[in-house]
Design a protein around this ligand. Structure first.
Ligand SMILES: [Zn+2]
Length: 299
């Protein structure tokens, strides 16, 4: 594959607390702020707490999920007196870190998240820079979407991805999860410095999970209340192939609901924040992406 070149990653934001109760990112960013981290080698770093009122309240968000507010459509909607807080904050962040799609935008936003699901360390991305050199212990979730429709905070930068680590209950800090995330952040900053110094990263095949669909909990059609929970045999088995006949839910009267679709990989199983989104788990296909060799564009 042909070599792909990018200009240096000079301006980078590490963002935490986009969801206010996902505490690994909140405390990693706070610690970077406390240590006045501003420059690491060739990379200027801005550690930013994204949703302060939600962090103070230890909630995912105050009025609206901030990490769904960064589509071109929402960013171009004029604000009014009744606009939710998070939409105002999205516009503010777009001015600060973007504007999305403009030459002034940050070179990279790396956004830090936790999940209550047993997903380990995942990179969620729709660009092709960092993952080329990821160690095999990381999982990569590839979001096949256009930049304009991408709704996450990292989409305002030229390149962006989220680091998602779990399991960790929201509002709780676990040192093992904190360390996994911190290592991934350090690895990223290290990669950027090597890239800026002219290292050519060889491409190759990268195994990625691409979301196919979401599955909701069984619900009472009249009240919408759950009638079943995630089955114990599915719980904590993120990224393990789900086959026809495998148990997925257990009803409160004791019946097992079995899976009936095609073979796919479940992830975000029983994520706390997704009950309101009517998602019990996502299902993904495993695919191979071919990553080109990547190098610094010399001007
Ligand atoms: Zn999150």
């Amino acid at each position: 594959m042909d070599l792909v070149s990018y200009p240096a990653f000079s301006r980078v934001a590490i963002t935490g607390g986009t969801h206010g109760n996902e505490l690994s990112g909140v405390y990693i960013v706070r610690e970077m702020q406390r240590q006045n981290v501003a420059q690491v080698g060739s990379v200027s770093i801005s550690p930013i707490l994204v949703n302060l009122p939600a962090i103070d309240a230890c909630r995912r968000y105050i009025e609206k999920d901030l990490n769904r507010c960064f589509t071109d459509a929402l960013l171009s909607t004029p604000l009014t007196d009744s606009s939710p807080y998070e939409l105002r904050r999205a516009h503010e962040l777009n001015s600060q870190l973007g504007p999305k799609g403009s030459p002034q935008a940050m070179d990279l936003v790396c956004d830090l998240h936790n999940t209550t699901s047993n997903m380990g360390l995942c990179f969620i991305f729709d660009f092709d820079c960092i993952p080329s050199t990821l160690p095999n212990t990381y999982r990569v979730i590839y979001v096949d979407t256009s930049k304009s429709e991408s709704y996450s905070v990292d989409s305002v930068a030229k390149h962006g991805f989220a680091i998602e680590v779990g399991p960790q209950p929201h509002g709780v800090l676990r040192a093992d999860i904190y360390n996994m995330m911190k290592e991934a952040v350090d690895h990223t900053v290290d990669w950027l410095n090597k890239f800026n110094a002219g290292t050519i990263f060889e491409g190759g095949n990268l195994e990625v999970f691409v979301k196919e669909k979401s599955v909701d909990y069984p619900r009472n059609p009249e009240t919408s209340e759950l009638t079943a929970a995630i089955h114990p045999q599915l719980q904590d088995n993120d990224f393990k192939l789900l086959q026809r006949g495998d148990p997925i839910f257990m009803s409160f009267t004791g019946e097992t609901v079995n899976y009936e679709g095609e073979e796919l990989y479940p992830f975000f199983i029983n994520e706390c924040a997704y009950y309101e989104k009517k998602i019990a788990f996502h299902l993904a296909k495993k695919k191979m992406l071919t990553i080109p060799p990547i190098s610094l564009k010399k001007d």
